[in-house]
Design a protein around this ligand. Structure first.
Ligand SMILES: Cc1ncc(COP(=O)(O)O)c(C=O)c1O
Length: 348
């Protein structure tokens, strides 16, 4: 059901939806044009292949109200379009025609621009999705698909309203191995991660901290966010994030942070990060943060492990995390010069 979001805060994350969706269908080897429709329930055959074999991909991006002008700014839509295509190809789904992803997102945001919230921390979360909906139980790629874009006015990702993350690292589950689907955004990655998320929550943590599948030694990423650590302090501070070796989602916030850190003159290294280093209170890691579209730049408060190890990284965000979090807010709200292609402007 579409609901009118309350003004300002109290939106939660992903519980309210705007009045419209955009949709297109793929049949007989071709995509239809997309259309803007009312947000309402869909009809699927009980045999729709997505319900059996899970051929589904999605994206997540945000539109922000500009601080200065009466405009809405969609952040990194073109990059999302490219990642959506990569996900589609990996999952034996048909990429969209050139330009359709961004046009569809723009059309939805234009139609529902009045529902983009303006309170600090709030935004419009945009969710493009593609599912296999051919009615068939045959175990093979579907030949019919639906593409949809919906949108949700949101506050902060964390329902509790906490602004720092507690993360839980355990070895019972893995997220991704080389050759798998970890570097694309398919629904199955998230389905397979729910038990680990439940474990994390049972340990009073907000997020899973995933380790590498082979040795459970290196930090890979959080449940829906990439991971950075800060080594050293003041003039010697440098940022480290695991390299994109095929098991980690190439996050757009990660890429944005790398650019923003470079602008600040910080050294950024993409290299393995051992969990033991992160847990060592006497070691060089002084700050840890997570980053993703939903949460922005989110400082990590505490890390727990299944073997009972625990480290409080800090009770408040460290200086490098705070600087980059502020730069990220500024660039998404039009207060800091974006790189070319980062922002799609819509009249507010
Ligand atoms: C597994 C995973 N890693 C990282 C990210 C961060 O990606 P982005 O910054 O593009 O939102 C996400 C978010 O979608 C994710 O689901």
């Amino acid at each position: 059901m579409t609901q009118q979001p309350p003004a300002g805060t109290g939106l939660g994350f992903g519980a309210l939806f705007t009045k419209h969706v955009v949709s297109a269908r793929y049949v007989a080897g071709a995509w239809s044009g997309f259309e803007l429709r009312a947000f309402e329930d869909l009809r699927f055959s009980p045999a729709a292949m997505v319900m059996h074999y899970g051929q589904a991909i999605f994206e997540g991006l945000k539109a922000f109200r500009s601080t200065a002008a009466d405009e809405v700014l969609i952040f990194r839509a073109a990059d999302c379009a490219r990642r959506f295509d990569r996900s589609a190809t990996r999952m034996a789904m048909p990429p969209l025609p050139a330009g359709m992803f961004v046009d569809a997102v723009r059309t939805l945001v234009e139609a529902d621009a009045a529902e983009v919230p303006s309170a600090p921390g709030s935004s419009l979360y945009i969710r493009p999705v593609m599912v296999a909906d051919e009615p068939s139980l045959a175990v093979r790629p579907s030949i019919e698909f639906s593409f949809l874009v919906l949108a949700s006015p949101v506050d902060s990702f964390f329902a509790s309203g906490r602004s720092m993350i507690d993360a839980y690292a355990q070895r019972d589950h893995i997220r991704a191995a080389l050759g798998g689907t970890g570097d694309v955004k398919c629904a199955g990655n998230y389905a397979g991660a729910m038990a680990a998320k439940a474990d994390a929550q049972a340990h009073n943590c907000d997020e899973v901290l995933w380790l590498d599948a082979r040795e459970h030694r290196d930090v890979e990423e959080f449940g829906a966010m990439n991971c950075f650590v800060v080594r050293g302090e003041d003039d010697h501070a440098e940022l480290i994030t695991p390299g994109l070796g095929g098991t980690i989602l190439p996050g757009h916030t990660r890429a944005t942070v790398i650019t923003l850190a470079g602008r600040r003159g910080l050294t950024v290294r993409e290299e393995p990060i051992e969990l033991s280093q992160v847990l060592d209170p006497y070691g060089p890691v002084s700050e840890v943060f997570a980053c993703g579209t939903a949460a922005g730049v989110a400082p990590v408060h505490r890390i727990l492990t299944d073997t009972g190890e625990e480290r409080t990284i800090g009770d408040r965000p460290g200086p490098v995390t705070s600087l980059l979090a502020a730069d990220y807010v500024a660039v998404t709200h039009g207060e800091l010069e974006p790189e070319p292609d980062w922002i799609t402007k819509i009249a507010g």
